[in-house]
Design a protein around this ligand. Structure first.
Ligand code: FEO
Length: 177
């Protein structure tokens, strides 16, 4: 297929695929840390996040493929393996998602500079997704700050986050139709 994407945007999206896979690895590490500490519900929340980040990488891979570009996978950097509390893990989650939001905005800027309207339209889903990613981390941080060191509160909240279920993100669900 003839390439229908600028080399600049193709390279930036390949970097983003690496960032999404790194995010997946980060959340898998948080999930395993919570599992080791007996917080099965928190571990479940991070495991679903791990799956969603792999989906994000897949959505970007599909985009490059559909435009005749080439996906080039890069090494995944090391992640932390332990957080001192669930609150610390979600504070890192929020910080990380804010960085990802900046990266998505940078991709949008490149697409605009290249007059690539198809990529702008594609990236819009990620712009909206990042609002949700940051909001859910903020909501959980607020609740964990209220719970503080209350063991019963943490037990109940762990149960609540254990109820989170995985759903296929809409761009992949549409591909599967
Ligand atoms: Fe892929 Fe959490 O953003």
């Amino acid at each position: 297929m003839k390439k229908n994407i600028s080399s600049r945007l193709e390279a930036a999206i390949n970097d983003q695929i690496n960032a999404e896979l790194w995010s997946a690895y980060l959340y898998l590490s948080m999930s395993m840390d919570q599992e080791a500490k007996g917080n099965k519900g928190f571990a479940n929340w991070f495991f679903i996040q791990f799956r969603e980040e792999q989906d994000h990488a897949r959505i970007f891979m599909n985009m490059i493929n559909s435009r005749g570009g080439e996906v080039k996978l890069q090494p995944i950097a090391e992640v932390d393996t332990e957080w001192e509390s669930p609150l610390a893990a979600w504070e890192d989650t929020l910080k990380h998602e804010q960085i990802v939001t900046g990266r998505i905005n940078d991709l949008m800027k490149i697409a605009k500079e290249e007059n690539d309207y198809a990529s702008e339209s594609f990236l819009k889903w990620f712009v909206d997704e990042q609002i949700e990613e940051e909001e859910s981390a903020r909501d959980i941080i607020d609740i964990l700050e209220k719970i503080g060191d209350n063991k019963y509160g943490l037990y109940e909240y762990d149960k609540e986050l254990g109820a989170r279920v995985y759903t296929t993100p809409s761009p992949l669900a549409a591909d599967a139709e």
